[in-house]
Design a protein around this ligand. Structure first.
Ligand code: ATP
Ligand code: MG
Length: 452
């Protein structure tokens, strides 16, 4: 497919402009501006990673990443709109309003830094750090382009496009893997996963996103090395959650993660349910929600990270509430709040869910019970709740898998929402109040809010 000029080892395969399909019109103006400015400043600069890979595959890149031999400080000098970020991996962000172009200085090998310019020669201790598991805690040793290419994760992510001569430089046989649709780690797979276990998630994500297969040597160590995921900070896991589950391939990623023993490091609760294989409603429900999420994204509809998170945990929450209510003197409502706090804090240890998503999750859960209570003015109050729509959609999906009363309840709400005021009044007339003991319990609580 692509014409190539093969050179000797250590030097890249060079693909001339006429022999590849990466055109400047596929690259954002801001990314081009950054490439030109770096070049004009006397530095090497290349588009790299997803920006090149996705265009070669005929897809639209999600973002554009640039690699350069300029140090972060030198980059900052060139751009007024530059922010230096990251500790583990120092990067420059060039900010154009909402669009951010990420610029990374070429990474070098951790073994030696003698080739580094004098101004970069700080104590190696400060620049590079490894955990006892072989994980890179800091990766700030700078190097040359070929070293940078080796430090990248997959061969298909290690292609460099120059806006100076429009050539692509391939240091790791990435073009061949693009042609063969293969995800292949650069270097020894086990070492590379130990350096950064998130690469296991990335292998799965790229395989589903790009419709590729993971090369057998790259795939093989994953189920055994999966426990290394336990060392990844929960904040980074949230970023990975978004990329895995809100980009149109949630269902495929979920299933591949489960097959590779990785799911429990994201979602311990649903992972337990899957292993036990007894709660069929839960398993059907999660598959349906994943499918729905993908459909919505692929149709360009809005999705909230909270809905899927709420769904992944729902049946475990329900099981545990039942257990607690049966084994303690707590009221159903207290059992609900106690279990919710507990399960949320267990989940937070894996994925740091920001407050702005935790609150809607709790609302969706809390409203499931409220949707069943329709007497007096209750149905009208629930209808006014800002999270009614999400909670109602959630109920419909539960109804679809469970059928019976739950499905009927969903249908009731479908009619109620659309009904005239008179019909609405008629619809709630038949409902009786709840048991007085519950009411007493509710009143005794200081203030049961849904945003605890
Ligand atoms: P996308 O942006 O579509 O998710 P991407 O390949 O551009 O895919 P980024 O996370 O934006 O992924 O990273 C940009 C590039 O940085 C990658 O293509 C890869 O070359 C390198 N990279 C990112 N994460 C790692 C990692 N954990 N280990 C090694 N290299 C990485
Ligand atoms: Mg990218």
């Amino acid at each position: 497919m692509f014409g190539k000029t093969t050179t000797t080892t250590n030097l890249p395969i060079v693909i001339d402009r006429a022999d590849h399909n990466v055109s400047r019109k596929d690259i954002s103006d801001n990314a081009l501006k950054v490439l030109y400015r770096l070049n004009k400043g006397g530095y090497e600069a290349y588009l790299v990673g997803g920006g090149v890979r996705d265009i070669l595959l005929g897809q639209h890149p999600k973002d554009f990443d640039i690699a350069t031999n300029a140090t972060p400080e030198q980059i900052k000098e060139l751009f007024r709109n530059c922010r230096l970020i990251g500790r583990r991996f120092r990067l420059a962000h060039i900010v154009f309003g909402r669009d951010i172009i990420e610029v990374a200085t070429f990474r070098g090998h951790h073994g030696s830094n003698q080739d580094q310019p004098a101004e970069q020669k700080q104590s190696k201790q400060n620049l590079s750090k490894q955990s006892v598991h072989g994980m890179l805690l800091r990766d700030n040793i700078y190097g040359s382009i070929d070293e940078d290419a080796e430090r990248r994760d997959f061969t298909i992510n290690s292609l460099y496009y120059s806006a100076r001569n429009f050539k692509i430089y391939d240091f790791a046989n990435g073009i061949t893997d693009i042609e063969n649709k293969q995800i292949r780690l650069i270097g020894d797979p086990e070492t590379r996963y130990r350096e950064d276990p998130v690469r296991m998630l990335r292998a799965i994500r790229f395989a589903t996103k790009l419709d590729m297969t993971i090369h057998k040597d790259t795939a093989k160590p994953i189920p055994t090395l999966a426990p290394l995921m336990a060392n990844i900070p929960a904040a980074r896991m949230f970023e990975e959650y978004l990329k895995l589950f809100l980009a149109g391939k949630a269902q495929a990623n979920f299933n591949l993660l489960a097959e590779n023993n990785l799911l429990e490091y994201l979602f311990p609760h649903i992972s337990q349910i899957l292993s036990a294989n007894t709660n069929t409603a839960a398993i059907k429900f999660i598959q349906r929600v994943l499918q729905n999420t993908d459909n919505r994204i692929n149709e360009g509809k809005r999705v909230t990270p909270a809905f899927l998170l709420a769904a992944v945990i729902w049946y475990s929450l329900e099981e545990k509430i039942k257990e607690l209510a049966a084994s303690s003197a707590l009221s159903p409502q207290d059992a609900f709040f106690t279990t919710m706090q507990e399960i949320m804090s267990e989940q937070q240890q894996r994925i740091a869910i920001p407050k702005r998503f935790q609150l809607p999750m709790k609302d969706i859960w809390f409203l499931q019970d409220k949707l069943a209570r329709r007497e007096g003015t209750k149905a009208f109050t629930v209808l006014e709740h800002p999270r009614f729509r999400a909670a109602y959609d959630f109920l419909l999906l539960r109804g679809e898998v469970e059928g019976g009363e739950l499905q009927a309840l969903g249908e009731w709400w479908t009619i109620f929402q659309e009904a005239s005021d008179d019909t609405k009044q008629q619809m709630v007339k038949g409902f009786k109040g709840v048991r007085s003991s519950r009411r007493r319990n509710t009143r005794r609580r200081k203030k049961p809010t849904n945003s605890e």
